[in-house]
Design a protein around this ligand. Structure first.
Ligand SMILES: Nc1ncnc2c1ncn2[C@@H]1O[C@H](COP(=O)(O)OP(=O)(O)O)[C@@H](O)[C@H]1O
Ligand SMILES: [Mg+2]
Length: 283
């Protein structure tokens, strides 16, 4: 059997262990993510999403339980760099991720730190910037870019280290709708065309439905895990976890109470329209 990209076994994490302020941010998490998956993680503020993300590249080590990255235990300090290079992280605030005065230098920063030869760095920077469609901005100053462009450069910076997985922690939270669209188009493409494993943390339901799998967190635990259709058919559990559900999903549920029965798991306006037209043609 193939080794999972990420495997969490009975993982708990306590902040400030042993102090009066001790707080369990993860509570006995079990989760396995395979190579090539696109997983969205949703959950209200404080549910443990960022803490989970930081366990995927050994920024945090579990208080109890085990995290394996490609079968390697993140507790093993010998393999720290293998783990860090496997899972590239992108965070919420693009400004905190920019270090250089020009886009191309910024993207080169990661591979430079890995000791990659100069010629190879140039090749990687070009490929990464072309992949996120920012090559023409290579000489630009990062602070002059839009939020969406900055996040795409941040993604390019991670790609230049040739990771097998991308862990994005609310990368669209600070962006306007067009910036969000740019970032999501990029992430979807990287997963689909390059087979990069994606863990995308978001509070936008419209982004979660793009994933192949949705994991819902509440109070440090996983409360739902399945395809978007499966997860978004559990409206009551989602609401109990403090989450919004897609409007059309809610509408379908309400219509069902009035004997207009639509399939569960309708996630998009297009699908809703198609299902209503189908019903109407049967009348
Ligand atoms: N550095 C920290 N020290 C103490 N508690 C923290 C720290 N970071 C997060 N927490 C707490 O852990 C819980 C989970 O936080 P987090 O993983 O950031 O959740 P999310 O990303 O879902 O908003 C929250 O209750 C939060 O207050
Ligand atoms: Mg967070």
């Amino acid at each position: 059997m193939a080794v999972a990209m990420f495997q969490l076994k009975n993982v708990s994490y306590l902040y400030n262990e042993g102090q009066p302020s001790e707080h369990a941010a993860l509570d006995n998490i079990n989760l396995s993510i395979n190579r090539g998956e696109f997983v969205a993680v949703i959950g209200h503020n404080g549910s443990g999403k960022s803490t989970l993300a930081k366990h995927l590249n050994a920024l945090l080590i579990p208080t109890r339980g085990t995290v394996l990255v490609k079968g390697i235990d993140t507790k093993d300090p010998q393999h720290l760099w293998t783990i860090r290079r496997t899972a590239g992280m992108v965070f919420q605030n693009p400004d905190n991720q920019m270090v250089a005065t020009a886009v191309e230098e910024d993207v080169a920063f990661g591979p430079e730190n890995l000791g990659v030869p100069a010629e190879e760095i140039r090749r990687r920077v070009k490929t990464a910037l072309q992949t996120v469609d920012m090559w023409e901005y290579r000489k630009s100053a990062p602070h002059l870019l839009s939020g969406g462009q900055k996040q795409r450069v941040a993604i390019a910076g991670v790609l230049a280290m040739q990771p097998e997985a991308l862990v994005l922690d609310e990368p669209t939270a600070m962006l306007d709708p067009s910036g969000r669209q740019e970032v999501m188009d990029t992430v979807v493409r990287l997963n689909r065309d390059q087979g990069i494993t994606v863990i995308h943390i978001t509070h936008f339901m419209a982004e979660a439905v793009l994933a192949g799998r949705v994991v819902v967190m509440n109070e440090g635990g996983i409360v739902l895990d399945g395809t978007p259709e499966e997860v978004f058919s559990h409206l009551d559990e989602l609401k109990a976890s403090g989450l919004d559900v897609p409007q059309v999903t809610e509408l379908a549920q309400r219509l069902s109470k009035h004997e207009i029965v639509l399939p569960s798991g309708i996630l998009t306006v297009e699908r809703m329209v198609a299902e209503i037209c189908r019903l109407k043609s049967k009348m």
